[in-house]
Design a protein around this ligand. Structure first.
Ligand code: MRU
Length: 355
C-alpha cells in the first residue's frame, strides 16, 4: 500500500533523485533491492526524514536532496512574488543538520540558499545545476580512477574490494568508487568484486550488490570481517571506496569499517583508493580529528531484520563512519585531481597532487 508521500512516478531510469512540479522524487533506498519504491517528498519535514532514515543516502545524494529541499521550501514560502527568506533559512538549517558527517549536505544547502534573493526559480536552477555538475564530475572521476587502478594493479583482470554503496544511488548519476569499478568492468579488466555487506544497514549487500548485478559485474558478497582474510589470501588487488568528508591533509571520513580495511590493505601492500567529488573535500579542516562522526540508533545493532538479537538493554557503540588517516591512503581521485597523501607511487597523472 502506498503512503501519501509515495508514488509510482519515477525519476528517469538510472537516476535516484529528481524534481517534479514542486516535489522531490527519490528512490527509497531502504527497501531496495526487493522493492522499487519512489518517494514523492512534498515538505521539508519529509525530506529531513528521508535523509535521516537513509531513504536518501550517500554523501553526494544527500547534498543534492538538501539543495532540492531548499528549492522546495523557497517555492512553499513564496507568495505574490515575495519569498519569506527567514522561513526558508530555518528550513535550510534543519536540512543541513539532518546528518553531520558528509560535508556535501551543508555545502549544497549553503550554495542553494545563496540564490534565495533571486527567488525560488533561481534556487531550483542552482539545485538542478548541482545535479548536472555531480553527474559530470563523477563521469570524469571514474575514468581517472580506472586509469589509476590499471597502473597500480597492472596484471588484469583485477580482483577489487569495496565497502558500503558508492554507486548511482548515492550520487546524481554514475557513482564514485562503484562507478570506477563499473568503468573497469566495461574495459574488460575486472575478474571479481568482493562486496562487504556493510553492517549494520547492509548498503553493500542490498545496494552495491544490486547495482553490480544490474551492470553485469561479477561479484561475491562477504561479511565485513572477511575482508582482511580475503586480503591475506591474495584475493584482492585494490580496494576502492568513497568518502563523506575529506580533510585538507587527506584524512577521509567514510562508512564505518573503512579504517579497518585501510589498515588491512596497508598490512598486505594493497592499493587503497578513494574516489570522491571535490564537493566532499572540507579544506577548512586541517585533518580528520575535527570531523563529526554521526552516532546512530542502538536498534540498528541490537536488532537483526527487525528481530531483537542482543540482550534487552544492551549498551551499544554505533558510529556510522570512521576516519582513515591519510597515511593509509594510496590516492584520492576526484574530477579535478589525483591526490597522493604520501606520494609513495611514482606514476604521474594530469592534475596529480602530492601532499
Ligand atoms: O550512511 P550512508 O549510507 O549515507 O554512508 C555512505 C558512505 O559512507 C559512502 O561511502 C559515501 O557517502 C560516499 S557515496 C558516493
Amino acid at each position: 500500500m502506498r503512503r501519501n508521500n509515495e508514488t509510482a512516478t519515477s525519476p528517469r531510469p538510472g537516476l535516484s533523485l529528481a524534481w517534479d512540479e514542486g516535489r522531490v522524487l527519490a528512490v527509497d533506498q531502504r527497501v531496495l533491492p526487493h522493492e522499487h519504491r519512489v518517494l514523492r517528498l512534498e515538505t521539508v519535514d519529509q525530506l529531513v526524514d528521508a535523509i535521516t532514515s537513509l531513504a536518501v543516502r550517500g554523501a553526494p545524494a544527500i547534498g543534492l536532496a538538501g539543495a532540492l529541499g531548499v528549492a522546495l521550501s523557497a517555492h512553499r514560502h513564496t507568495s505574490d512574488g515575495r519569498t519569506d527568506e527567514a522561513s526558508v533559512k530555518a528550513d535550510a538549517a534543519r536540512l543541513s543538520a539532518a546528518r553531520p558527517t558528509a560535508v556535501n549536505l551543508a555545502w549544497a544547502v549553503h550554495r542553494a540558499v545563496g540564490r534565495l534573493a533571486d527567488g525560488p526559480q533561481a534556487v531550483l536552477a542552482e539545485a538542478m545545476a548541482m545535479l548536472e555538475e555531480d553527474a559530470t564530475a563523477n563521469r570524469t572521476a571514474v575514468v581517472r580512477a580506472a586509469d589509476l587502478v590499471q597502473s597500480l594493479a597492472p596484471d588484469w583482470p583485477v580482483r577489487l574490494l569495496t565497502h558500503c554503496n558508492t554507486g548511482r544511488l548515492a550520487t546524481a548519476a554514475v557513482g564514485t568508487a562503484l562507478g570506477a569499478i563499473i568503468e573497469l568492468h566495461e574495459r574488460g579488466r575486472v575478474a571479481e568484486v568482493l562486496v562487504d555487506e556493510t553492517r549494520p544497514l547492509l548498503q553493500g549487500a542490498r545496494l552495491t550488490a544490486w547495482e553490480l548485478g544490474e551492470a553485469g559485474v561479477p561479484y561475491r558478497l562477504c561479511v565485513d570481517s572477511a575482508a582482511a582474510a580475503a586480503m591475506a589470501r591474495g584475493m584482492v588487488d585494490c580496494v576502492l571506496v568513497g568518502a563523506d568528508r575529506i580533510a585538507a591533509n587527506g584524512d577521509v571520513a567514510n562508512k564505518i569499517g573503512t579504517y579497518g580495511l585501510a589498515v588491512a590493505a596497508a598490512r598486505h601492500g594493497i592499493p587503497f583508493v578513494i574516489v570522491a567529488p571535490e564537493s566532499s573535500w572540507d579544506r577548512e579542516l586541517a585533518d580528520g580529528s575535527g570531523i563529526v562522526v554521526e552516532e546512530r540508533d542502538s536498534s540498528e545493532v541490537t536488532e537483526f531484520a527487525g528481530v531483537e538479537a542482543a540482550p534487552a538493554g544492551a549498551a551499544v557503540f554505533n558510529p556510522a563512519f570512521d576516519v582513515t588517516p591519510a597515511e593509509l591512503i594510496t590516492a584520492i581521485v576526484s574530477e579535478a585531481q589525483v591526490f597522493r597523501p604520501h606520494g609513495s607511487h611514482s606514476t604521474s597523472y594530469p592534475g596529480e597532487v602530492s601532499a
